[in-house]
Design a protein around this ligand. Structure first.
Ligand code: ADP
Ligand code: MG
Length: 698
């Protein structure tokens, strides 16, 4: 037998928690609804009685928690309030008691421990009966039956008169608020396509309703097991769940990283090196040849811009969104997977989504008890990290509309079946899309090729087109790089499985090209450190540089020429420049940062935003798929229809429109194309086949 007893707990509370208990009593007296006393395990319980009481709590929590509850009631407080029904809740368990969800085993059943993870689902908060009252229909006496399971336990017979006729009295039963969560392992700790493991957690009393999907939490509580199966058919296989005793919500962005003094020194040294940007580029997916622009952009995305809140309440995101569009087989998916490995926090998914919640979030009926459940999708789970979405062009309709809000406001609103929630999705998105015609067509706007609306596209700070065009010099180097990687991989496998035929030095020398220059673990810490501690401010020189760039491009837009750049790109430049400064751990955004990101921005624009007809940069062409030239033509065609409508009440014959258009210098094929687009967008309609009318006047 151990030392735990109500009296010993009273002694413990009186020694360490007098003040907190008085505060709790005051809250109760003034009608507050908290009934919890929080006890720091490592700080207080672990040093009391040489830690013996703490050990007993861990080994026999059911019994010891009852002692603690009773012991708490016996502590006097200055307000003379009864502490009956108050719950001692324990947090900050020793590291050895923090168990990975995937490591939970039979030996843990009935023990007190902590698990850590991300909240994937929460049910509605609903009362659960803990003591059911039944009235005997014969003698009228009340029978009380304690409840533990989700199934209501009924008395077999009346304890007084033994009749079997009893009715349930909800009003006289005792209930507590109850909620079930699903907690999932941290997505970034999963390697190589592992499925995340989850565990159910029950939270009751004042713990219910305190967490949201997407929250990162430590749950301290007792591991329980219940037999699988429904109704009467119970099986010997058990499902584990945790009866929560307390919840710690982790607020700090990268607190899971421990950065030692030695780490900090190495990070400082890296940041000071002349060629730090190149070194980081060489540390991102070194087995993938080329794509330096994309790799630099990814580096900037990982370090991130500065999220801001302006005095008028406006919030501006610091997260940088990037879209990779391109031919199949150009390593888009590989890049995404690599970023998943180095980002301090990330979620990898495909547009089709692997869960019911898909990319964003949804309210669904729980399959077990029919309660409404709020489930987080990838973007919520990636809060404060990077969401990697492959094949984003294949996402579902619901996701498309939610994505607008998610990318700009960084929230996801759910209003369905009485669930009203706004979940946080403060993540950067790195998406990859395959063009719908199989290959990327140089002269067709991006918007048309991937079925993404112009407004959504405009939320990406950078869009890259990765094409696979034969180029002898580049092909030669690519082949060499890929074959070299494979050869090295083969040698390593041979050494591992057959014989040490290649010595270490030889392998090392050959691996140089493929080993990341900065160790991935250090790079993760570097990123976490920079995001946490570096908040750079634009210098006047940097401001001037951006201004010049913006104004010069805008000026070229005079005389009715295309719009080369909009305020959106301006914000993107600022974000990217901040990220560039963060890489140097610089408190100032300097001219060099602006120059660096303008290079990237210009190259991205050149790939997507050059109107093939004029050769000029035209954002509208990239984003909306209509260039200035096209827009002019559309106007001309609409005018033609308008003019001809007067003489054609039942619609203007196509042939006439084409003829008029030709006289205005628009080829017949172009004019035809425009007509079908106008019809598609509902700007014209055909009252009769081949006859057009405008929906509204020009
Ligand atoms: P995508 O998603 O663009 O269709 P993947 O990422 O699936 O392409 O890449 C296809 C294969 O081609 C991968 O095995 C990848 O490693 C290889 N590959 C393509 N481009 C490169 C490159 N530049 N360097 C190294 N490997 C490449
Ligand atoms: Mg792919």
């Amino acid at each position: 037998m151990g030392i735990s007893s109500p009296a010993l707990w009273t002694e413990f509370f009186e020694r360490y928690y007098r003040e907190e208990i008085n505060r709790l009593a005051y809250k109760l007296k003034s009608g507050g609804d908290g009934r919890s006393l929080y006890i720091n395990f490592v700080k207080d319980l672990a040093i009391f009685q040489e830690g013996k009481l703490g050990e007993e709590l861990i080994e026999r929590p059911d019994e010891v928690l009852l002692h603690a509850e009773k012991g708490l009631v016996n502590v006097t407080n200055i307000y003379g309030v009864s502490l009956e029904g108050c719950k001692p809740r324990f947090y900050a368990l020793p590291t050895a008691r923090k168990i990975l969800i995937r490591d939970l085993r039979a030996e843990h059943i009935g023990k007190f421990l902590a698990i850590e993870g991300i909240v994937r689902k929460v049910t509605e908060v609903r009362p659960r009966i803990v003591q059911a009252a039944f009235a005997c229909l014969n003698c009228g006496s009340i029978n009380i039956v304690p409840q533990e399971d989700s199934q209501l336990r009924q008395p077999f017979e009346c304890s007084k008169c033994s009749t079997k006729k009893l009715i349930f009295l909800p009003d006289q039963s005792v209930s507590v608020d109850s909620q079930r969560l699903k907690v999932q392992e941290y997505p970034e700790n999963l390697r190589g396509g592992e499925q995340p493991q989850t565990i159910d957690v029950i939270l009751e009393g004042d713990l219910a309703g305190t967490v949201n999907p997407g929250d990162r939490v430590v749950i301290n509580g007792i591991v329980r097991a219940k037999p699988r199966g429904v109704g009467q058919r119970k099986m010997t296989h058990m499902d584990l769940y945790i009866e929560g005793n307390s919840v710690e919500i982790l607020h700090q962005e990268y607190e899971e990283f421990e950065i030692t003094d030695k780490d900090r020194e190495m990070i400082m040294q890296l940041a000071m090196s002349e060629d730090i940007y190149e070194r980081i580029i060489r540390s991102i997916a070194p087995s993938i040849y080329g794509h330096e622009d994309v790799k630099l952009a990814i580096a900037l995305q990982l370090f991130g811009g500065v999220p801001k809140k302006l005095p008028d309440g406006t919030e501006i995101r610091g997260d940088i969104h990037i879209l990779l569009v391109g031919d199949p087989g150009v390593a888009k998916s590989q890049l995404l997977r690599y970023v998943h490995r180095i980002a301090p926090r990330s979620v990898y998914t495909t547009g089709k989504g692997t869960t019911t919640a898909g990319l964003t979030a949804t309210a669904v009926r729980d399959e077990v008890d029919g309660r409404w459940t709020l489930e987080a999708g990838a973007l919520v789970l990636a809060d404060k990290g990077v969401a990697l979405v492959d094949e984003i062009d294949k996402m579902r309709k619901e996701d498309t509309s939610a994505l607008h809000e998610a990318l700009e406001q960084q929230t996801i609103s759910i209003a369905k079946a009485g669930i009203n929630a706004i979940l946080k999705a403060r993540c950067a998105l790195l998406g990859a899309a395959n063009p719908k015609y199989g290959r990327f067509e140089k002269y067709t706007p991006v918007a048309e090729q991937i079925d993404m609306s112009p407004t959504l596209l405009s939320r990406f700070d950078l869009i890259f087109v990765l094409t696979d065009e034969p180029d002898e010099e580049r092909d030669r180097r690519l082949v060499d790089h890929i074959l070299h990687s494979h050869q090295l991989g083969e040698m390593l496998e041979r050494v591992k499985n057959v014989s040490a035929e290649y010595d270490e030095d030889y392998i090392k020398a050959r691996a140089v090209r493929i080993v990341p220059e900065i160790d991935p673990e250090l790079l993760r810490k570097y990123i976490a450190y920079a995001r946490k501690t570096v908040y750079p401010v634009l210098t006047d020189e940097a401001k001037k540089k951006i201004e010049e760039f913006y104004l010069s491009l805008r000026a070229s837009a005079k005389d009715n020429s295309p719009v080369p750049i909009t305020a959106r790109q301006l914000e993107s430049i600022v974000r990217l420049a901040e990220a560039s400064a963060r890489i140097r751990l610089s408190d100032r955004v300097e001219e060099e940062d602006v120059e660096r990101v303008l290079e990237v921005m210009k190259r991205s624009l050149m790939q997507i935003a050059v109107d093939p007809e004029t050769g000029k940069i035209d954002i509208d062409f990239a984003i909306s798929g209509t260039s200035k030239t096209q827009r002019d033509r559309i106007m001309v065609i609409k005018k033609i229809i308008e003019n001809l409508e007067e003489s054609h009440e039942n619609g203007v014959p196509e042939e006439e429109i084409l003829r008029e258009a030709e006289m205005e210098g628009i080829e017949r094929s172009k004019a035809k194309e425009i007509l079908s687009k106008l019809k598609q967008h509902g700007e014209v309609y055909t009252p009769r086949y081949g006859h057009y009318k405008l929906v509204s006047r020009v």
